[in-house]
Design a binder for this molecule. Structure first.
Ligand SMILES: Cc1cc2nc3c(=O)[nH]c(=O)nc-3n(C[C@H](O)[C@H](O)[C@H](O)COP(=O)(O)OP(=O)(O)OC[C@H]3O[C@@H](n4cnc5c(N)ncnc54)[C@H](O)[C@@H]3O)c2cc1C
Length: 602
């Protein structure tokens, strides 16, 4: 019999990033017992890395902004496969969530008259991102952590949940281990909020932290929940590609928002070559107009560098493929040129983009105030995730909620920058509220001892096996996903990926972790493999099913958008015999009011 420590809660929140902490705050405020579990230390979740800002139509910098414009921008960016109800709630509630953060102590950058300053970002019609220099995520986490901790929640740091437990057709608990001591933990709980973030570590080149192994996606899938639109993986256009010491690290879109431009090997601003029709009316005709936009000219339109991420990433790939790329397979991003236009330009860049400046100076000896950066697409964000009800965030497993990057719906086929941090606040709060309500209305479920024994047995497998090193399997998986299910996809390659996944799965079943259970990172990696393989298969099967190109999903064999067959969501779930089943579901029709907003702002 496995030994474990038991904890009882009304609501268990898995994840202590922006979504998890906001959910925990709301649940605690509803007077239920709340536990928070996080793989890392409190205050160190991936949200801490967010740079550019939080999108909210507060209209502090441009009074023409309002929730309708934000809603329309989000739907256009998502290529209209978004859950419109989530997009509506998000646009309407984000300003209050930002003001609430300020009330709790977040120190945002300011306008001259003392309001929260907002900056330009890709796909947003007006300056909309509330920010703290380029360290917005840090301030957000600090504020939520300070506020939340006084509400009395229990925090289990450096603990990894391995399995969700179910019983009587609903969620019953979670089973995990302490990373430091290797001891098992059982959480008995009435409801669970999954807030585990993304999946970037399924790919070789990624901006994501080590935590992003798709645990929440996989935990939900194995507990019987449906996942939606897993084919939509966002490749951010500007990750550093050279030198190797900074490879994959993100260069925030804020750099382009402040006037940074993209150039090819010939020194030409190639983004003017290809402007999508639905963005043409909002895009600058020439470089001068684009520059004026970044400097706050309300009559100017945005430069094409601030088109949506999916489009910018593909334009970069085109330059590289057609032989106009930089020496290491990317293009150049230059902010240093603004010195010619702004007095004390170098100081301005350091003030506006302090982390960018220090990070690249220290890690790569690149001074971004003096020279361009060499950039290319990096795996950045997961639009797909657990399918949830828009208002409550509950999945189709009763008592299981999801919020933040591990939930699907808001962003459709492509997320706009800044819309994640606002997503965490809006839907983290909703998930916390409804998870607390579920706990208050439902009794404590019975926990099935057989599920616990099976989870413990599986977890200890790597100590008994004599197979290969788990890092080798992880490395080959990442290479394979990058090559076969990356930015440009083809059916034949993705079918090959499915075969490769099967053989990697067999190898993963016998990997070995020498040593003992205390702080054994080989063991942790062996356990992560199960999740990485599950999400990789979900991504691949969903990507094969969507036979068109839309947003972040680009099929070379189906290069056009196909509204007749593409206006659907792709749903992945486990069928009764335990196999992965993929189906399509038609989109919910928009309400007449929202349809009118979309039409007016097209
Ligand atoms: C460099 C960078 C810059 C970004 N900048 C912006 C920006 O400016 N604006 C914006 O809107 N978005 C930005 N994003 C995206 C945004 O940061 C993320 O989408 C967001 O922070 C995700 O938050 P989350 O709460 O969903 O998850 P996270 O903050 O990642 O938190 C996940 C939590 O779950 C825990 N966890 C995971 N698995 C388990 C498990 N099995 N057991 C227990 N705990 C687990 C982790 O330890 C962690 O605590 C950026 C992303 C990157 C990489």
């Amino acid at each position: 019999m496995a030994e474990y420590q038991t904890h009882d809660y009304d609501v268990l929140v898995i994840g202590a990033g922006g979504a998890g902490l906001r959910a925990a705050i709301e649940a605690s405020a509803n007077n239920v017992r709340v536990g928070v579990v996080t793989k890392s230390l409190l205050g160190k979740a991936h949200t801490v890395m967010a740079e550019g800002g939080i999108a909210a139509a507060m209209a502090n910098v441009d009074e023409r902004d309002n929730w309708r414009v934000h809603f329309a921008d989000t739907m256009r960016g998502g290529q209209y496969v978004n859950d419109w109800r989530m997009a509506e709630l998000h646009a309407k509630e984000a300003p209050d969530r930002v003001r609430e953060l300020e009330k709790w102590g977040a120190l945002f950058d300011r306008t001259h008259d003392g309001r929260i300053l907002q900056r330009n970002f890709g796909g947003h019609r007006y300056p909309r991102l509330a920010h703290v220099g380029d360290r917005t995520g840090l301030e957000m986490i600090r504020t939520l952590q300070d506020h939340g901790i006084h509400l009395g929640m229990d925090v289990h740091m450096e603990c990894t949940v391995l399995k969700l437990l179910t019983g009587d057709g609903r969620i019953a608990g979670a089973f995990g281990y302490e990373r430091e001591r290797g001891r098992f933990l059982l959480f008995r709980t009435k409801s669970i909020v999954l807030a585990t973030g993304g999946i970037g570590r399924a790919y070789k080149i990624t901006s994501n932290s080590w935590e992003y192994t798709g645990d929440g996606h996989s935990l939900a899938y194995h507990a019987g929940a449906s996942l939606m639109d897993m084919e939509f993986v966002q490749f951010h256009p500007t990750g550093m590609i050279w030198p190797p010491s900074v490879s994959g690290i993100l260069v925030t879109e804020g750099v382009r928002g402040e006037g940074g431009v993209l150039k090819n090997q010939e020194g030409r601003r190639f983004m003017f070559d290809d402007i999508p029709e639905n963005y043409r009316p909002q895009t600058a005709d020439n470089e001068e107009e684009g520059w004026r936009y970044t400097q706050g000219d309300r009559n100017a339109r945005r430069p094409p560098e601030l088109l949506t991420r999916d489009h910018v990433a593909r334009c970069i790939m085109r330059e590289v493929r057609e032989g106009r790329g930089s020496p290491h397979g990317g293009v150049y991003l230059d902010i240093s040129w603004i010195k010619d236009r702004i007095p004390k330009g170098a100081e301005y860049i350091k003030r506006k983009l302090p982390s960018m400046y220090h990070q690249f100076k220290q890690l790569a000896d690149i001074d971004i105030t003096q020279e361009p950066m060499e950039v290319g697409p990096t795996t950045h964000y997961m639009m797909g995730g657990v399918r949830v009800d828009a208002d409550t965030q509950m999945s189709d497993v009763p008592g299981l909620f999801a919020a933040g990057e591990c939930a699907a719906g808001l962003h459709g086929a492509n997320r706009l920058g800044g819309n994640s941090l606002s997503d965490l606040l809006v839907f983290g709060r909703r998930a916390g509220e409804y998870a607390a309500r579920f706990a208050q209305q439902n009794g404590a479920p019975a926990v099935d001892a057989a599920q616990i024994e099976a989870a413990a047995h599986d977890a200890l497998g790597p100590f008994d096996h004599s197979g290969e090193n788990p890092y080798q399997v992880q490395h080959e998986l990442q290479e394979m996903m990058q090559d076969l299910v990356g930015i440009v996809r083809r059916e034949e390659e993705m079918r090959r990926a499915l075969r490769d996944l099967e053989s990697l799965r067999q190898r993963a079943a016998t990997v070995s972790a020498p040593g003992n259970r205390e702080y054994n990172t080989g063991w942790h990696t062996a356990l992560d493999l199960h999740h990485l393989l599950s999400v990789s298969e979900m991504i691949t099967r969903a990507a094969i099913e969507r036979k068109e190109s839309r947003g972040a999903h680009f099929r070379e064999d189906y290069p056009a958008k196909n509204d007749a067959e593409g206006r659907c969501n792709i749903i992945v779930r486990r069928n009764i015999t335990g196999e992965m089943q993929v189906t399509r579901e038609p989109l919910k029709p928009l309400t007449p009011e929202l349809q009118q907003i979309v039409e007016e702002m097209k």
